[in-house]
Design a protein around this ligand. Structure first.
Ligand SMILES: *Cc1c(COP(=O)(O)O)cnc(C)c1O
Length: 437
């Protein structure tokens, strides 16, 4: 299998090279040259998430140097569960992607990417540095996944004072090959430093760099696996398709569901839940696609004004009318997020994070408007990560999952950094000289 760019001017590239590169050289996003066609029967005998992932991803790894390692990569990356549970309301389900090391769905993609890159690094003579700007969840998932991976190091940048205390702690608690920088500036300043470094050819002669943002194929492809596993489990049990409501920011998680359906898995409708950043709902209700600056909401990991994977959706549906017909998207504002968290706890004892609450609210609206069939919301983060929002709404403490509790007990430290590229570049060069055991 080869991968091409959504912008069409990159020669077909193997998977390993596409994963290592991140962005395609023409500035587009890598997509498969052709989509494999799988059948439900192809998964006979596959029961665990790792087995289903291995079967699903085989065609994408065909002919790649990592092909023979795929089963080991899946076993290593997917070593925590993704349970599909019933909600209190009839025929409603939740897929919990919150049981990984940093309690958010990004653990799946980050761990898979780390498992791939650590294998690709075995033959390398110099360490590879992953640079990542984060407003919270991505950086923590990447830090946890790459911690103590030989030949790899991470420089994670976050805006000082603008992530929650628990998120800041998670970013700074790893140490070893993970370097955390608190930048005296905004998330955009962090992202701008990272982009400058990734575009700095002379720096990269000394310091090989790569990225780990949500456009990486090494994160996107594995995210298909939990949709495959959940919809197969539901199909085997009930002989019905599951329909989905997915909390959406950069469209990485939702696009993985779209791909899983496109290769033949039994997913029904896919509905996109946005917060007050409503560029997708606007587009799907007929407006032009107009990216804009993001606004801050309670569901901060979805505060995106220019969803980076939208370009992949357009590639899959080149006709705009057809694209608009294929999805429903709606926006859920902060008041509705709070109301949903409060009410679902009061009426049903269910506790959701603000991101998951956008999907729960949308599903309630769909049911009210007569949607039938089996529907599943995706829980993207554990409510304990957003305790300062959730706890006042439900009037009690949220129990901290063991993995998160372990991280919070470690000491944390982050290095202050001015939003100055010369400083950052000097930091990366120093980091290159350090030898880790
Ligand atoms: C990243 C994130 C999202 C948004 O996912 P995308 O792939 O960017 O659409 C939603 N919820 C949580 C908790 C996240 O961390």
């Amino acid at each position: 299998m080869k991968f091409v760019s959504t912008r069409g001017s990159t020669p077909p590239t193997g998977l390993s090279a596409a994963i290592a590169a991140g962005l395609a050289p023409d500035g587009g996003l890598y997509v498969p040259q052709q989509l494999p066609a799988l059948d439900i029967a192809d998964f006979d005998g596959c029961d665990t998430l790792a087995q289903i992932a291995t079967r699903l991803l085989q065609p994408f790894f065909a002919g790649d140097p990592l092909q023979g390692e795929l089963a080991a990569i899946c076993t290593e990356a997917f070593d925590f569960p993704a349970p599909l549970n019933a909600l209190a309301t009839p025929q409603d389900y939740v897929l919990e992607l919150i049981h990984g090391p940093t309690a958010a769905f990004k653990d799946f993609g980050a761990r898979f990417l780390a498992a791939c890159l650590s294998r690709l690094q075995r033959a390398a003579t110099r360490p590879l540095t992953i640079v990542v700007a984060t407003s919270g969840d991505t950086g923590a998932a990447v830090a946890a996944a790459f911690h103590r991976q030989p030949g790899l190091r991470v420089a994670v940048l976050y805006p000082d004072g603008r992530v929650s205390p628990r998120q800041a702690h998670q970013l700074g608690c790893f140490g070893d090959n993970i370097h955390s920088y608190k930048v005296s500036g905004s998330f955009d300043d962090c992202q701008s430093l990272v982009k400058q470094a990734l575009n700095d050819a002379s720096l990269q002669k000394q310091v090989p760099l790569s990225s780990a943002n949500s456009i990486s194929l090494g994160r996107l492809l594995p995210q298909m696996s939990y949709y495959a596993a959940a919809s197969l489990a539901h199909w085997r049990r009930h002989a019905r398709v599951l329909n989905w409501v997915i909390p959406t920011g950069n469209l990485g998680n939702a696009f993985a569901a779209v791909l899983a359906r496109a290769v033949g898995l039994p997913l029904g409708r896919i509905v996109l839940a946005s917060n007050a950043n409503d560029v997708l709902p606007q587009f799907f209700s007929g407006a032009d696609y107009t990216p804009r600056a993001s606004i801050a909401t309670l569901a901060n990991a979805m505060d995106v004004g220019a969803p980076s994977n939208f370009e992949r959706l357009r590639w899959l549906y080149p006709d705009a009318a057809e694209l608009r017909g294929a999805f429903v998207a709606a926006s859920v504002d902060d008041a509705a997020i709070s109301e949903t968290i409060q009410r679902r706890y009061r009426d049903h004892g269910e506790v959701f994070c603000p991101h998951t609450a956008t999907a729960v609210k949308l599903l309630e609206d769909l049911r009210r408007d007569g949607a039938d069939g089996d529907w599943c919301v995706v829980a993207t983060a554990h409510p304990a990560k957003f305790e300062s929002i959730v706890e006042p709404l439900i009037g009690r403490a949220v129990e901290i999952p063991p993995a998160l509790a372990g991280l919070l007990q470690r000491p944390a430290r982050a290095q202050p950094l001015a939003p100055d590229y010369a400083d950052f570049s000097a930091q990366l060069q120093q980091l290159q000289e350090i030898i880790f055991p």
